[in-house]
Design a protein around this ligand. Sequence first.
Ligand SMILES: [Zn+2]
Length: 323
Amino acid sequence: MGSRSERRGVRRIAQGAGMALLAMILVAGTIQAIDPGDQLHQGQDLVDHATLAIDGVVDRVSAGPLERDPLYAEVRGLLHWVAEFDSTIAERYRLGSAEAILITDGIADTLATRLHDLLGQYVEAHPEEILDRGREALEIALVRMELPPGRLLGFHLLNMARLYGMQADTILSVPELALPGVKDGFLRHVWDLSQVYAQVHSDPAQNYFCRLSQEDWMASRIVCAHCGHRGVDYTNQMTGIREDSTEACIEAMDMTRTDPEVVLQRIDCRHWGHIFTATCPECGEEFKFSVPLPYYRKMQRALATGALETVPLPEDRYLHLGE
Ligand SMILES: [Zn+2]
């Protein structure tokens, strides 16, 4: 990826049909040998903090017998806790900023994976669904709701699960419908969502495409710091790469070396990210933010080791950027 002398330059590369030209910034030589590409640039400690808290609950709950009513309360409690954690995030990052969204999305992804395992355990322990009038009422309520997107991201799952929970609460408030099938049905519906989530996050390439999709979804969720308008336009996007500056990494950048070990090391030494310029359509405010791309590297690694044979092209990427 360019000679040493090019690293500080900016150049433009063609990325293939249908994609915008991406400017590539190569920055190296000044960065310590840490692994920031796999981490958020800001607020990773908040994601880690939330992950620890979620895992504490999930470990405790999954060690128990996983009965319907307490599990329902625990899952609702987790959803509530994550929503409340916004106030902790807000102490450092403005909610609605790109930085805060990356943090909340990271936590949502954590919870999505944990719910997948936990609810999978429940469904396995209770293969018989409870099909009473309560469940029937829940089905009628949920069928009216919007379908989740095919590429289901963590924040979609959380939003849907919260809406399901609100529907369940409404039904449970009606005495003759406050039946076991409501909570059982809620747990199974969230389990279904978590399975869709797992399907589209099944390997590094899928995870990478989920990241691209997340970037698209961010545009509609970012709130302008200047005027409060929700939703921005991406007016420019660049791909950035940072190379570790350890001796071993500098040696691995010698492109003439093609032995598998060095190829893998070269991949590990590079950290990719997208750098967006966003513009508020309401007031014209312009700002930049960056999104780390850890799965781009993991995808390259999987290709290099043969774990992945081919990478399908993402279907709908960059369309909204304009060419
Ligand atoms: Zn604005």
